[in-house]
Design a protein. Sequence first.
Length: 259
Amino acid sequence: MPFGYASPEQIMRDKADYARKGIARGRSVVVLQYEDGILFVAPNPSRALHKISEIYDRIGFAAVGRYNEFEELRLGGIRYADINGYTYDRSDVTGRGLANLYASNLGRIFTESIKSLEVEVVVAEVGDTSDGDAIYRLTFDGSVFDEHGFTVMGGQAEAVSGRLKERYREAMPLADALEVALVALTEPGGERPPVAQLEVAVLDRNRENRKFLRLTGARLERVLPAAPATPPAATEPDDAPTGPPTGPDGDVDDGSSPL
């Protein structure tokens, strides 16, 4: 047996353990269905590095782990959606097709590369009715899970999922769904993140054309009036502000740290 030999099984286990540890260092993300669509909630002190984004008309994206790695996946998904929507028809771009694309890429990287990606991803698509909603969770090895109702990834996902399961119910109004998500994300006795450190977005089936809407500032406070007040902003942009990305401690972040 050659010196330094490791069996394929051991190599795969080591890569999986490495990826899980990196993902667990990121803050949890909650994705859940509510009365009018799908809600995304994530504690995120950075105003420049988004964990939640729009991919296409009805499709949203959320991720946890290394920002520079899941940002590449997000951009690849946008290119895939734009090319297929232009070449064929916009209705041909689906959450399931995008999830299959991500699963293929993640699985290939996990088996062929020395290091797997330290990411976990959710692709969500809102339908005309709640029965048409779809939530797909993808892990670092390319596994796909078709979730119903809600899903949690990153951080203390198991504990957050347990608290969410106790309170979640179908067809909740947006304000109730947001409150349930925040309670689940907050440890018992812990302090809830202020509005300025929350990243919240929805896929609202009642909106015309593009269904994705980012909830920020006063717009978010109106949905959650009990949240701590923050100084009103001059505008409510849907895009991230300009300026260098900052990490949780205020220092410049190069995107390599888990989010």
